[in-house]
Design a protein around this ligand. Structure first.
Ligand SMILES: NC(=O)c1ccc[n+]([C@@H]2O[C@H](COP(=O)([O-])OP(=O)(O)OC[C@H]3O[C@@H](n4cnc5c(N)ncnc54)[C@H](OP(=O)(O)O)[C@@H]3O)[C@@H](O)[C@H]2O)c1
Length: 261
């Protein structure tokens, strides 16, 4: 299996491993196994250059990831080589999340992401769910606003990072991309099946249980990664790391898994 794969029918090609960038911008209110300092600019730049060198082209960020968007805007070179995605709907301020899926906030958020990321377009924007996936999809103006932003050319593809299997199904029907959970505790099977059948893009989050992997067996790093990458319909597994050795090892492992190892 190839390392570069179609993101559904969006026309975008993404690496089988994407880089999640929570840890570039936020170290409060996160569920990682241990605390950490945000990497300085030199380390973050080296991490991004390493990611490019080993074949990663997909970066996932969000307004709720602290300074992640601003730092990427400042540090990223060669914008056109990246598939750059952000989110809308969640704001993280003073240690707390608040959510706003209104039309006005959706437009404000996407335009702010463009400014922060210093780019004229976003490859994808995902609705950052608060857990009420169906409510957001059916009762807010967020979907309609994102579709308008897509028509205006500010965004190439739109989707949702969902919290529930039913929400993932609905998002796959309405939008281009769904970001769903696939790990030892939660597998959004209906959502993945629906997205696959409709030819929609699938990004997997928390595939490594936010770093809570075991030394061996099916919940090891290899087992967790294989569980995701062997699943037909998955476009890319988004793994968050700020450790260059982990980044390199993850790509080697993913390539080996995809080659049938
Ligand atoms: N939209 C949403 O609601 C949502 C929610 C969660 C996540 N996400 C996205 O998905 C991305 C990934 O999720 P996540 O960060 O929660 O979880 P994850 O990718 O499952 O796990 C990340 C953790 O795994 C560790 N790790 C990575 N490679 C490793 C290796 N080779 N050996 C040991 N540990 C390793 C990282 O630590 P080191 O830094 O030490 O490598 C980090 O603490 C996020 O960055 C974000 O972009 C989105």
């Amino acid at each position: 299996m190839s390392f570069l794969r179609a993101l559904g029918s969006t026309g975008l090609e993404v690496s089988a491993l994407g880089l999640g960038t929570v840890k570039l911008g936020r170290n409060q209110g996160v569920k990682y196994p241990s605390g950490f300092e945000l990497p300085d600019d030199a380390s973050a730049t080296a991490l991004l250059e390493l990611a490019a060198d080993v074949g990663i082209n997909l970066l996932d960020t969000a307004p709720a990831y602290g300074s992640s968007e601003e730092r990427l805007g400042k540090l990223l070179r060669k914008r056109e080589r990246w598939v750059l995605g952000s989110k809308c709907g969640e704001e993280f301020e003073n240690g707390h999340s608040r959510f706003d899926f209104s039309a006005a906030h959706t437009r404000f958020s996407v335009e702010r992401s463009l400014r922060r990321l210093r780019t004229d377009w976003l490859d994808f924007v995902l609705i950052h769910s608060d857990g009420n996936d169906l409510d957001i999809l059916e009762r807010s103006d967020c979907v309609a606003t994102l579709l308008r932003l897509k028509e205006e050319g500010l965004v190439r593809a739109v989707g949702m990072s969902t919290k529930t299997d039913a929400g993932g199904c609905a998002a796959a029907r309405l939008l281009d991309v769904v970001m769903l959970t696939w790990n030892r505790e939660q597998r959004d099977e209906e959502a993945l099946r629906t997205a696959r059948e409709l030819g929609k893009g699938v990004l997997v989050k928390k595939g490594l249980m936010s770093g809570h992997v075991q030394d061996s067996g099916e919940n090891s790093l290899r087992g967790s990664m294989a569980r995701v990458l062997h699943e037909p319909g998955v476009s890319s597994m988004i793994v968050g790391t700020i450790n260059p050795a982990h980044l390199e090892a993850n790509v080697t492992l993913a390539r080996d898994i995809l080659a049938g190892g």
